[in-house]
Design a protein around this ligand. Structure first.
Ligand SMILES: NC(=O)c1ccc[n+]([C@@H]2O[C@H](COP(=O)([O-])OP(=O)(O)OC[C@H]3O[C@@H](n4cnc5c(N)ncnc54)[C@H](O)[C@@H]3O)[C@@H](O)[C@H]2O)c1
Ligand SMILES: O=c1ccn([C@@H]2O[C@H](COP(=O)(O)OP(=O)(O)O[C@H]3OC[C@](O)(CO)[C@H]3O)[C@@H](O)[C@H]2O)c(=O)[nH]1
Length: 389
């Protein structure tokens, strides 16, 4: 439905148009959520971010069907007095703003902690004081390592789901020691979750907490040297895309043994829309949002991306498509890793009836088609430039 007229919630009630204050709207998830809200609902978005490149197509004056429903505010929430006013103007605030690339956690731990905890504090406070609903984006990283990872490698209980499936209401949060600064992000996210939860318990804040499990798709992060810094290290999808575009081997950190479940951004956004439009079912809950059927090791991901990229680009793969690299060399001192991430889906299934749909192969095919179409020419140009002597 183009403008969303006549939309009903999961209990058959008409959904009233709302105004949403979306902080971090210019990022990967924000850009897809804005697109979804513009295309399929009548809701208005106050889009706050430091950047807007990823939502430019929604902001152009020519796209008049949206111009009245999306308004960009270039705001750094660290220091901008307009924030409270914008939260007050909205029915719902969604906070996506964060430093959330692992390369930063151990190299910029202070920025990481400030961004994920301190900077989020006023948002929680303004929502609580003004009786506004909040959807806060946390992370699957709050689970840290699995219980099973502490058992010997060949222990049979490692195969028991009780030792690895991550459940919102029962799994512990297991981080490494303090000098493993990788966990600065997860720890800051955990504390802000606890604060949001406490505001709900003590002051009646209406909240939902989202724990995304490796959402991937078009517009994720940047390609170093093309639309981001040459020395920058984005998340794995963009690292591997960059290697494939440049016909370089994909770098496997510490053997690429860690396991992840990847979900297509468009499936995940469906879940967020259900949360937005079904407050009575979503308030007071923490939701895992992932795809337990799409589990691979990072090595398997590299192999699959190599195959898919050959298919969509028409180029044969290079002779040695992967190379091993230590985490110290790749990320620096203090890196550590989550061993395995399988989301339990009971709560989101029960509350919102949501399930992911897209297989890993299919989501990589559409994503790498986008990467190839968007970046191949620019990478070719950049790599053919003579190097200054
Ligand atoms: N993508 C995933 O798979 C994933 C997984 C786990 C958690 N998350 C969480 O979801 C949220 C969004 O992630 P994303 O993948 O879209 O990341 P992203 O980096 O693409 O988006 C974050 C956006 O927040 C903005 N931002 C950061 N600090 C800001 C500030 N001080 N003021 C204004 N804007 C600011 C950035 O400019 C960026 O556009 C984050 O909170 C992240 O921790 C994402
Ligand atoms: O070139 C590379 C890049 C990464 N790896 C390894 O891949 C695994 C996944 O890495 P990445 O996608 O960068 O991030 P994580 O899954 O570890 O963490 C994210 O999860 C959710 C979120 O909160 C936000 O997106 C973030 O913290 C990892 O094992 C890397 O070592 C590689 O081998 N080669």
């Amino acid at each position: 439905m183009a403008n969303g007229a006549g939309r009903l919630d999961l209990d058959g009630r008409p959904i009233k148009p709302m105004t949403i204050c979306m902080i971090g709207a210019g990022g990967f998830i924000g850009s897809h959520l804005c697109e979804k809200l513009m295309n399929e609902t009548p809701h208005k978005v106050l889009a706050l971010d430091v950047y807007n490149d990823k939502i430019k197509h929604l902001l152009e004056p020519g796209t008049s069907q949206w111009a009245e429903r999306i308004q960009f505010h270039r705001i750094n929430i660290k220091h901008d007095s307009r924030l409270e006013g914008l939260v007050k103007m909205a029915d719902l605030t969604i906070n996506l703003a964060a430093i959330c690339t692992p390369a930063d956690y151990n190299t910029r731990p202070l920025d990481t902690i400030y961004s994920n905890f301190i900077d989020a504090l006023p948002v929680v406070k303004y929502c609580s004081e003004n009786n506004k609903r909040l959807i806060h984006f946390s992370t699957c990283e709050v689970y840290g390592k699995t219980i099973g990872s502490f058992l010997p490698k060949d222990h049979p209980l490692r195969q028991d789901p009780d030792f690895y499936v991550l459940k919102e209401d029962t799994s512990p949060c297991i981080f490494g020691s303090i000098e493993k600064q990788r966990w600065s992000y997860a720890c800051a996210k955990q504390l802000i979750e606890r604060l949001v939860y406490a505001e709900g318990a003590e002051n009646g804040l209406e909240f939902t907490i989202v724990r995304p499990f490796n959402w991937i798709g078009p517009r994720m992060d940047f390609i170093p040297g093309i639309d981001g810094p040459s020395e920058g290290v984005p998340r794995v999808l963009a690292c591997f895309s960059n290697n494939l575009l440049r016909r370089e081997p994909l770098k496997l950190v510490d053997g690429g043994e860690s396991q992840r479940t990847f979900i297509y951004i468009k499936d995940a956004i469906e879940a967020v829309l259900l949360m937005i439009e079904n407050p009575e079912r979503a308030n007071g809950h923490i939701f895992n949002v992932g795809n337990p059927n799409n589990e691979v090791t990072v090595r398997q991901l590299a192999e699959m991306m190599t195959q898919v990229y050959s298919k969509v680009s028409g180029e044969t793969a290079i002779e040695s498509p992967t190379i091993d690299v230590s985490s110290k060399e790749f990320y620096g001192e203090g890196y550590d890793d989550s061993d395995k991430r399988i989301p339990d889906m009971t709560i989101i299934n029960r509350q919102l009836g949501w399930n992911p749909k897209t297989s890993l192969w299919d989501l990589l095919e559409s994503t790498l088609t986008y990467q190839h179409r968007t970046y191949a020419e620019a990478v070719k140009k950049a790599t053919s430039k003579p190097v200054a002597s």
